[in-house]
Design a protein around this ligand. Structure first.
Ligand SMILES: C[S@@+](CC[C@H](N)C(=O)[O-])C[C@H]1O[C@@H](n2cnc3c(N)ncnc32)[C@H](O)[C@@H]1O
Length: 230
């Protein structure tokens, strides 16, 4: 079953707490887009993250760390694992998240590599409840999407969920026009970047034991896609 749902644009609540410590604040990076989309994404996570204890959530490409810092207080039953391939960002992620007891220290993860070596073998096969990836698929080569689905297929438990967020092509068509221009600008920066087609991602998912169960329309012509491990 595939459902398409609308997430209304919500009021953005800026967290004063994230700006309060001067020494830490100096190391925190703030992405405006992460501030804009964190609340709509949280509303999707609330629909899929269960109430049971001892659950875990790995974020691939945590960027500044703003997202996990926003989500973690709402899900005390979940242990969050931020990760990044860019070592320059690990300090910002740690600065944003260190006050939360349910967030682990960020680990270096290149999603194109085999998960066996991530975080000093922190992640075992069939051990994760949730994997989350925001705004990486279109700003990276196809190899990153391949790695994401391949590793999600290994790491997620049966019925585990992969959340992906960003703009997508559907059946070869990009819309609206602003996303067409965005795709062109990404390809101008790197010919291997650009919006990926949901149908191609679906094939990739299916090859790795995942299937698409729901698509949420998000603000600013983005989507959150829910992929479930069989
Ligand atoms: C546009 S940023 C998104 C950051 C964050 N998720 C957000 O939404 O604010 C894209 C991220 O993808 C990461 N990335 C690129 N290649 C990657 C790879 N091979 N493995 C893991 N992350 C990668 C980059 O380091 C960057 O932080």
């Amino acid at each position: 079953m595939q459902l398409i749902r609308q997430i209304r644009n919500m009021n953005i609540i800026q967290s004063a707490a994230t700006h309060r410590s001067s020494s830490v604040a100096a190391r925190k990076l703030f992405y405006p887009s992460a501030d804009r989309n964190k609340e709509p994404i949280l509303s999707v996570l609330r629909e899929y993250i269960r109430s049971g204890s001892n659950q875990n959530f790995l974020e691939i490409s945590s960027g500044s760390g703003q997202h996990i810092a926003h989500f973690a207080p709402y899900f005390p039953q979940v242990t969050f694992y931020p990760s990044e391939v860019d070592t320059d960002l690990l300090g910002s992620i740690a600065a944003h998240t260190k006050e939360f007891s349910n967030v682990q220290v960020p680990v270096l993860v290149d999603v194109t590599t085999n998960c066996d070596c991530w975080g000093d073998k922190t992640f075992l096969e069939n051990s994760l409840d949730y994997i989350y990836n925001c705004n990486m698929i279109h700003i990276s080569p196809l190899a990153c999407s391949i790695g994401l689905f391949k590793n999600a297929g290994k790491l997620l438990k049966q019925n585990g969920i992969l959340f992906t967020y960003g703009p997508y092509k559907i059946d070869g068509i990009i819309s609206p026009e602003s996303n067409v221009r965005f795709d062109e600008s990404l390809k101008a920066r790197n010919p291997e970047w650009g919006l990926k087609d949901i149908r191609d991602l679906e094939k990739l998912a299916n090859e790795n034991g995942l299937h698409l169960i729901e698509i949420f329309d998000m603000p600013a012509n983005n989507k959150t896609i829910i992929w479930k491990r069989e």
